[in-house]
Design a protein. Structure first.
Length: 179
């Protein structure tokens, strides 16, 4: 089983910017531990980041945010991608829609995605759906994902478990599995 860790929307806009929230900041330390171990083990790490352009449908719901080419659309400094790690620029909730993510995963032989990042009930959940529809196995890390409302977070985790067969693990449980 080839795994990849997908880090969703851990960008300034959602951590410290206009849409930043405490939960997004709280998941940084466990996520850093997961990324460190993934890199040690040679597990593929990919970042998927909102990078909007004028006219994107999402802007009619949320207003302008994470606009392409701005600092708000960049990965937070604490999680800076390592040399050679792919940063996918996405224009909607799903990391798959309109991006090269599926092609990259298939070429790397990845069959299992480990989802992390924000927001659990929006971009993480939509990415999980598209991954499931494409036949990828899923693990979602409960302490490396977050939503502004805790209830929305826990309901989204439950939904992904029920609807997509996702394993819901803590970062500690994953690190234990990895040895």
């Amino acid at each position: 089983m080839m795994e990849a860790v997908l880090v969703i929307d851990m960008i300034r806009e959602f951590v410290t910017g206009k849409f930043g929230f405490e939960g997004a900041r709280r998941i940084v330390p466990p996520l850093k531990r997961v990324l460190t171990k993934a890199r040690e083990k040679g597990v593929c790490v990919i970042f998927a980041c909102d990078s909007h352009q004028i006219g994107d449908p999402e802007l009619s719901v949320w207003g302008e945010h994470a606009m392409k080419g701005t600092a708000d659309a960049e990965v937070i400094p604490e999680l800076t991608p390592a040399s050679g790690e792919l940063v996918i620029k996405k224009r909607t909730y799903s990391s798959f829609f309109g991006t090269e993510l599926e092609k990259v995963l298939r070429e790397a032989g990845v069959t299992h995605l480990i989802l992390t990042g924000v927001v659990t009930d929006i971009c993480v959940r939509h990415t999980a759906a598209d991954a499931f529809f494409r036949g990828f196995r899923l693990t979602v890390l409960s302490d490396c994902t977050a939503s502004p409302q805790e209830l929305s977070h826990s309901e989204a985790l439950d939904y992904m478990k029920r609807m997509y067969g996702a394993r819901i693990l803590s970062s500690g449980e994953l690190l234990e599995e990895w040895g």
